[in-house]
Design a protein around this ligand. Structure first.
Ligand code: URA
Length: 280
């Protein structure tokens, strides 16, 4: 399918088929960096239609629900000539310093908290754009790949509308790497347990933009309790990193509340404009 056809397909899904797209307009795809590295098995997707449960995107989290504040970013170090060998994946040393494979192996050794398998992430590991969701659902738990259920299919169409895809120029992961039982929101302990993995993924990837998909991802990444409706539509800074963050609705929410899709389209155009600004 051509990118025009994909965009039309998405706009039709949004009920916005008559929206105009200008080739020289704000929309445009993120470029993968030269020598991009794709995740093994990243083309995997299925037709499973499990709708992932997600809280009302507009709802403020209950006051008692603390969100783990981001830990300080690890400092990137130049390898030294006589440096000791890179740390091996070892539950005792933590994820700092691990490479992609080491980090994935490290995650696999963590407590699965009742999930079938870890869901590490998928996409172009050196893309400029990192998409962060909340946590795996049933389909993701079955396949070990983020966003492969019905919500994932919509996410792929949203990305395709701005010429982005997991196959070429974005990396996709979640705040939590293991499916919370019954698709409930992750607990603060679960967020805290997986936080160092996400931080190390960001170290390794060094994205220029993080897109937080949904309330849980947005509030966790930005270490705030602001409702999603107030976070979207403006650029944020990632706490303690020189990194931009944009926020949009979770596709599972859009499946339940299709009337919000025009706002999601506005978010996508802002994301596309920001990506294009990298080129200047
Ligand atoms: N919802 C998420 O937030 N992440 C997934 O991987 C799937 C559904």
């Amino acid at each position: 399918m051509t990118s025009d056809a994909r965009r039309d397909d998405y706009l039709r899904a949004l009920g916005l088929a008559d929206w105009q797209y200008r080739a020289d307009g704000p929309l445009g795809g993120a470029r993968a960096r030269p020598g991009k590295a794709l995740e093994p098995g990243m083309t995997g997707s299925n037709e499973a239609a499990a709708v992932v449960a997600a809280g009302d995107e507009q709802t403020v989290a209950a006051p008692e629900r603390e969100v783990a504040a981001p830990a300080p970013a690890s400092l990137a170090r130049e390898p030294e000539a006589d440096a000791a060998p890179a740390p091996t994946p070892d539950a005792d040393t933590g994820p700092a310093g691990l490479d992609w494979d080491g980090l994935e192996a490290y995650l696999a050794r963590q407590d699965h908290r009742g999930a079938s398998r870890p869901v590490f992430g998928i996409g172009a590991r050196d893309a400029e754009v990192l998409i962060v969701g909340e946590a795996p659902g049933a389909s993701e738990d079955a396949q070990g790949v983020p966003f492969v259920g019905r919500a994932g299919k919509l996410l792929d169409r949203m990305l395709a509308a701005i010429d982005c895809s997991r196959a070429t120029n974005v990396y996709i992961t979640n705040i939590c790497k293991f499916r919370p039982p019954d698709n409930r929101d992750p607990t603060p302990d679960e967020v805290a347990a997986d936080w160092p993995i996400l931080e190390r993924q960001i170290d390794l990837m060094a994205p220029r933009l993080v897109v937080a998909v949904g309330r849980v991802a947005a509030q966790t990444l930005l270490a705030c309790q602001t409702p999603l409706g107030k976070l979207r539509g403006r650029l944020h800074r990632y706490p303690r990193r020189d990194l931009d963050v944009l926020v949009t609705y979770h596709p599972a929410f859009l499946l339940r509340s299709p009337q919000q899709k025009s706002k999601a389209w506005a978010d996508l155009k802002m994301i596309a404009r920001h990506i294009r600004s990298f080129e200047r």
